[in-house]
Design a protein around this ligand. Structure first.
Ligand code: C2E
Ligand code: MG
Ligand code: MG
Ligand code: MG
Length: 291
């Protein structure tokens, strides 16, 4: 009977494995067509200042609306695109689309910097920075209106090469942030050597901030360490008022998360920005009466 059970588990396992392999083969071949068919969308998640409560920036997050599978998460297809080399074309599309969005938003008087996630695979390309600068200037925009998010973990092992690139990016005018910060064990000394402007505290520490004393201590330590180095701090994945209040008390500069908004398609983002601006103006106009 045990043997029988073992065999069932084995069958289960191979079925799952087969499903997974064929799923990823399927995605791989579909990825080729998706760019041509316009199946990708770029969504934008607002980042808010904890001091003013206003939107201070947007993070561009890619979405794949697969014709049969529905929404495929970037966590599933970005690694795939990185392994096939398609990430280069994908990133070009993201940058061009973000430039279009930035121009549209400017016309509506929403002057907000856009953050882009930069795949470490692109670091191999010697022309990367030149290429990005060209796209941005051809769109009549400036690099200082864009922020590049680099994974903290990427800096390890390729330190010299990455440092050269980061310096090149900063010299071109880009703002730089370390994404998923806290998961890569950066030392203070190490962080000091990087030409960055901001760290983004990883969502995993924010999630249990209120219930887990260790996470609370880590978040506090990251904020004070970053401020010592004159870096700005954004917390990702903020979902509740109590997380937001904790972060504000500890001096965190900005938050991003479902509490305020998910990543939105451009038309929805515009509605959100118009509404929050209207609220901010109304709040401002009632203040004198209260004082
Ligand atoms: P990331 O850069 O750390 O982005 C933050 C992720 O957290 C996003 O997931 C976002 O939707 C999610 N998030 C934001 N607020 C909350 C919250 O309050 N609660 C929860 N549970 N989640 C929240 P998403 O869009 O699935 O992206 C996952 C990762 O895929 C990103 O992590 C980034 O590393 C990568 N990615 C996304 N777009 C691009 C892109 O255009 N290029 C590259 N190279 N990577 C991308
Ligand atoms: Mg990011
Ligand atoms: Mg992140
Ligand atoms: Mg992440």
């Amino acid at each position: 009977q045990a043997k029988q059970a073992g065999r069932n588990i084995y069958h289960w396992y191979t079925d799952d494995l087969n499903r997974e392999v064929s799923h990823s083969l399927r995605l791989r071949s579909d990825l080729q067509n998706a760019l041509d068919s316009g199946d990708f969308e770029l969504h934008y998640q607002p980042q808010l200042s904890l001091t003013t409560g206003r939107v201070t920036g947007l993070e561009a997050l890619i979405r794949w609306r697969h014709p049969e599978l529905g929404m495929v998460s970037p966590g599933d297809f970005i690694p795939l695109a990185e392994s096939t080399g398609q990430i280069a074309a994908l990133s070009d599309w993201v940058l061009q689309t973000a430039c279009d969005a930035r121009r549209q938003l400017l016309k509506l008087d929403h002057n907000l910097p856009i953050s882009l996630n930069l795949s470490p695979v692109l670091f191999k390309d010697n022309q990367l920075v030149k290429h990005m600068v060209r796209t941005i200037t051809e769109n009549g925009l400036r690099c200082d209106q864009f922020e590049l998010e680099i994974l903290e973990s990427v800096m390890f092992g390729h330190h010299d090469r990455a440092l050269t690139l980061l310096n090149e990016m900063r010299d071109a005018g880009f703002r730089l942030s370390l994404d998923d910060f806290g998961t890569g064990f950066s030392s203070l000394n190490y962080l000091k050597s990087l030409p960055i402007h901001k760290v983004k505290i990883d969502r995993s520490f924010v999630q249990d901030l209120i219930s887990d004393q260790n996470d609370a201590a880590i978040v506090r330590a990251i904020i004070s360490m970053a401020h010592l180095l004159k870096l700005s701090v954004t917390a990702e994945g903020v979902e509740t008022e109590s997380q937001s209040a904790f972060l504000k008390r500890e001096g965190c500069d900005e938050i991003q998360g479902f509490l305020h908004s998910r990543a939105l398609p451009l038309p929805d983002l515009i509605t959100y920005l118009d509404r929050t601006r209207w609220q901010a103006e109304n709040d401002a106009s009632v203040t004198p009466d209260n004082s």
